[in-house]
Design a protein around this ligand. Structure first.
Ligand code: SF4
Length: 224
């Protein structure tokens, strides 16, 4: 049986709160909807910098649009902190402002890494490679930037294997000597809350994961 990652995170947060020191967290994010709940949940306990590195995304236009939505949402959250106005949010005055670190769009590395796995179904081998690529880059950036820990919003998706993501996070964290924060953000109604927040902030919510292969699969599903 897999560990209860959601419970592990709760315990970790309890320890952090008791220490009275908010760690600097580098939070890999794939898009604004997935990060909406995660930022709402974590911003009281960590000093968050969002790390936008997603070479898997199918086109530059899609990449830029998701990034602009991510920045817009962070702007909304930061305004709440400045105004100390958390109406409609599950947040308190302990919430911290959020920063963002964005990476240039470099799809060539992703396409090279998943060569031969193009036809894998979502959730298969290709996704494992994709997760590792993004988490490794996040761990490296966390190390170079002197962050206390790193994690990813990806475990909020019911279509993604949280145990696999956590195993990869632990592995690359050990390689770079940075703590990985385990999670299963879909739990505790996290996924449901991300849908509510997406509506509240009118966020662009794409109907495919990110890569051209997942977009093709989504189109096929729609045609059916
Ligand atoms: S389906 Fe999503 S996680 Fe899987 S390879 Fe494509 S973009 Fe990456």
């Amino acid at each position: 049986m897999n560990p209860n990652y959601s419970r592990i995170l709760e315990k970790e947060i309890q320890k952090i709160d008791e220490s009275g020191v908010k760690p600097a967290l580098l939070l890999h994010s794939c898009c604004a909807p997935c990060s909406s709940y995660v930022m709402e949940y974590l911003r009281e306990h960590f000093r968050i910098t969002v790390f936008y590195y997603n070479p898997n995304i199918t086109s530059e236009e899609e990449y830029s649009y998701r990034l602009s939505e991510e920045k817009r949402l962070i702007g909304e959250y930061n305004r709440q902190v400045e105004a100390q106005d958390f109406e409609g949010m599950n947040s308190t005055e302990a919430a911290e402002k959020i920063d963002i670190l964005e990476c240039p769009y470099d799809p060539e590395n992703y396409l090279e890494a998943v060569k031969g796995y193009e036809e894998c179904p979502e959730g298969g081998e290709r996704c494992g490679i994709c997760f590792e690529m993004r988490l490794r880059k996040t761990a490296q950036a966390a190390r170079e930037g002197g962050f206390d820990c790193f994690t990813t919003t990806l475990t909020i998706s019911p279509l993604k294997n949280a145990a696999r993501l956590n195993e990869i996070g632990e592995k690359v964290g050990a390689e770079y000597g940075v703590d990985f924060l385990p999670s299963d953000f879909k739990k505790k109604n996290g996924y449901k809350r991300s849908i509510e927040l997406s509506r509240q902030f009118s966020l662009y919510r794409q109907n495919f994961c990110g890569c051209a292969f997942s977009k093709k699969d989504a189109q096929k599903r729609e045609e059916k």
